[in-house]
Design a protein around this ligand. Structure first.
Ligand code: ADP
Ligand code: MG
Ligand code: MG
Length: 404
């Protein structure tokens, strides 16, 4: 482990930026006396929140950005599935230490800044950031983010599955329609806020890049799979390629900054029904795309497809764990939620003055790409997730002999 830099957080606590030999710097909270990594509970996250109290400033190669600050103490770890390490401080703030300090610019600082400038309130209040520049870096690297804790919040994979189960058991889709409406309002307001910073028009190069991206997603999925799973994909390769070509009329379609990694797991909910609060989290963008590319304007349909398709995936999760539910009913409940989501999204962006953000003709291609990525994700990180794309792909793209 080579120590590239160090920032004093508090007496006895430093933040090291280290290189473990792979050339990718990592932030590591460090206990000076113990000469070891500080674990959550030992004060490093609390000290970072305290550092925000001094306001936005440079500390050598480190840079603190403060948007909001409160004095808080006492920390605990989250204990949920996560890519990065998040720590709750004083039951008020969440410090997320990034797993790696990838070359900047990272999408989160600018997207959080834009959303705050345009008064988007559907996210945890951002408190601040810590960035660091290596010698020769053109842009700072993100090390940590701090935002407000939504206490009592439930993860989207949990509440979506729960809503679908209730819809099936109660034989009523009113609840999932309400959820879909709230999601459409949330994503629509987020996109309308991001569109305030400028809307560009897709060029022929952009269209070619989407097609190349779709081909790459398919190639990666094919390369990552074997046996029946691979066959399932391979038999649809021609159709997948055809259905992910950009329509000629997409030339000039609006592009904006997007979330980039939107699925129900990124939406936290507190409460139920009409009184529920929904917030979007995790503005790190698509983790499989290099950081700087994640800042490029994209069709808003990318986020819309990501969220809509994840509702379908939640329906598959429900059926997997509770196979006694009737497949057609579970699917119909997911479709009721999706329809309400798409309708409310369209109404929200139109009301905000951005009707052209609605791009129904682009959603399907991004859904198909999303499913291809789920194969690669399952192969790389979570083999027990394979059943989701294995069921989602034939549902979206049945072969002629499978059509009813
Ligand atoms: P990662 O990039 O590691 O996926 P996220 O930002 O998505 O990190 O956070 C991981 C999980 O931590 C979320 O799914 C959620 O359960 C919880 N979480 C994150 N931020 C908050 C918050 N502000 N309030 C409550 N829970 C949060
Ligand atoms: Mg993330
Ligand atoms: Mg996340």
């Amino acid at each position: 482990m080579i120590v590239l830099d160090r920032l004093t957080l508090a007496p006895g606590l430093v933040l090291l930026v280290v290189d473990d030999g792979d050339g990718l710097p990592r932030p590591v909270p460090w206990l000076v006396d113990g000469d070891r990594r500080a674990t959550s509970g030992e004060g490093a996250a609390t000290a970072l929140v305290a550092l925000l109290g001094g306001g936005s400033r440079a500390l050598g190669p480190f840079r603190v950005t403060t948007w909001h600050h409160e004095t808080v103490a006492g920390e605990r770890s989250f204990g949920v599935d996560q890519t990065n390490e998040s720590v709750v401080v004083g039951e008020k703030a969440v410090v997320k230490w990034l797993r790696a300090a990838e070359p900047g610019p990272h999408p989160a600082p600018s997207v959080l800044d834009a959303l705050q400038r345009h008064r988007f309130d559907g996210m945890p209040t951002p408190w601040g950031l810590l960035e660091w520049s290596a010698p020769g870096d053109a842009a700072p690297r993100l090390l940590a983010t701090v935002d407000s804790l939504l206490s009592g919040a439930v993860d989207g994979w949990t509440w979506t599955v729960g809503d679908l189960r209730s819809a099936v058991l109660d034989e009523s889709y009113d609840g999932v329609r309400e959820t879909g409406r709230r999601l459409g309002d949330l994503v629509g307001r987020m996109h309308a806020a991001l569109a305030e910073d400028g809307v560009s028009a897709a060029t022929a190069d952009d269209l070619a890049a989407w097609e190349a991206g779709a081909d790459r997603d398919l190639e990666q999925a094919l390369a990552a799979t074997t046996g029946d799973t691979h066959d399932l994909l391979a038999r649809r390769a021609v159709a997948l390629r055809a259905e992910t070509r950009a329509p000629a009329h997409a030339l000039g379609t609006p592009l904006i900054r997007v979330h980039g990694d939107l699925h129900v797991g990124q939406v936290l909910r507190r409460g139920t029904g009409a009184d529920a609060t929904y917030v979007v989290t995790d503005f790190d963008g698509n983790p499989v795309v290099p950081t700087a590319e994640r800042l490029l304007p994209q069709p808003p349909a990318l986020d819309v497809a990501g969220l809509a398709q994840s509702i379908k995936h939640a329906a598959l999760v429900l059926r997997r764990h509770e196979p006694h539910h009737d497949l057609a009913t579970v699917t119909a409940a997911a479709e009721a939620a999706e329809d309400a989501f798409l309708t409310s999204y369209a109404v929200t962006v139109a009301t905000a003055g951005h009707p052209r953000l609605v791009q129904p003709a682009l959603v399907r291609a991004f859904r198909l790409r999303q499913v291809c990525r789920e194969f690669s994700y399952a192969a790389a990180h979570l083999p027990r997730w394979f059943y989701v794309p294995e069921a989602a792909l034939p549902a979206l793209l049945p072969l002629p002999e499978e059509k009813p």
